[in-house]
Write a protein that binds this ligand. Structure first.
Ligand code: DGI
Ligand code: FE
Ligand code: FE
Ligand code: FE
Length: 187
C-alpha cells in the first residue's frame, strides 16, 4: 500500500479533530527522530497509525482485543488503554505493516512499558507534545524534550498519573513500570 492510500485509510477511521492530532504527532515524531538519531520514516509511520482504532466503539475494541487473544489483565483498567494494542494487530492484518518495532511503538503508545525502545519513546512523547495539545504543563514538557527524551516522557507520564489519581481512577501497572524504568535510565 502506498503512502497516500495509507494516509487516507487512517484518516477515514477518525473525526477531523483526531486526524489533526495524528498529523501533529507525525510532525513531532519526525522532529524527535531527527533530534535523537532515529529513523524519521519509521517514527512517522508509527505516529500515523498510533490512534487508528481510537474512535472505534469500545464494544468493537473489546471484541477485537478478545479475538486477538491479548492479555486479559488490561481489561480491568480504563478502556482508553485498548486502542493501541488492537491498532498494532489491525494494521498488521489490514495494511501489511510487518515492522515489529513500529508495531510495538503503536501497541505501547498509551501505557508505555519497561525498557522502551527509542521508537516507543518518541511516539509516546510526540503524542504528549504535538502542536495541538494543550494541557497544564505541556509547555514545560516541550522544553524538556529538547534535551532529554526520558525526562520529558517521565514528565508526561507524571501528568497522566496525576490526572488518574485526581479522578480516583486505577493506574495500569505497566505505566508505573514504564515510569520507574525511565527514572533508572535518566539517572
Ligand atoms: O489517544 P490519545 O488521546 O492521543 O492519548 P493516549 O493514547 O496516550 O491516552 C489516552 C488516555 O488514556 C489518556 O487520557 C489517559 C488514559 N489512561 C487511562 N488509564 C491509563 C491511561 N493512560 C496511561 N498511560 N495509563 C493508565 O493506566
Ligand atoms: Fe492514543
Ligand atoms: Fe501517549
Ligand atoms: Fe494520540
Amino acid at each position: 500500500m502506498n503512502r497516500e492510500s495509507l494516509l487516507e485509510a487512517t484518516r477515514s477511521q477518525m473525526p477531523a479533530r483526531r486526524w489533526e492530532h495524528t498529523l501533529g504527532v507525525m510532525s513531532s515524531a519526525v522532529a524527535l527522530a531527527k533530534r535523537y538519531g532515529a529513523d524519521p520514516e519509521r517514527a512517522e509511520l508509527a505516529a500515523l497509525l498510533h490512534d487508528y482504532c481510537k474512535y472505534w466503539p469500545i464494544d468493537e475494541q473489546r471484541r477485537v482485543y478478545a479475538e486477538e487473544g491479548l492479555d486479559p489483565e488490561l481489561l480491568d483498567y480504563d478502556p482508553q488503554l485498548l486502542h493501541g494494542p488492537i491498532a498494532a494487530e489491525v494494521v498488521r492484518k489490514r495494511h501489511g505493516i510487518a515492522d515489529e518495532e513500529v508495531l510495538d511503538a503503536i501497541r505501547y503508545h498509551t501505557s508505555g512499558r519497561e525498557n522502551m525502545t527509542l521508537l516507543d519513546k518518541m511516539v509516546c512523547l510526540a503524542d504528549y507534545i504535538e502542536p495541538g495539545r494543550d494541557f497544564p504543563g505541556v509547555h514545560i514538557i516541550r522544553e524538556i524534550a529538547d534535551h532529554s527524551l526520558e525526562r520529558a516522557l517521565i514528565a508526561g507520564l507524571d501528568s497522566t498519573i496525576r490526572f488518574l489519581l485526581d479522578k480516583g481512577k486505577k493506574v495500569y501497572p505497566l505505566t508505573l513500570a514504564a515510569r520507574n524504568a525511565l527514572l533508572e535510565e535518566a539517572g
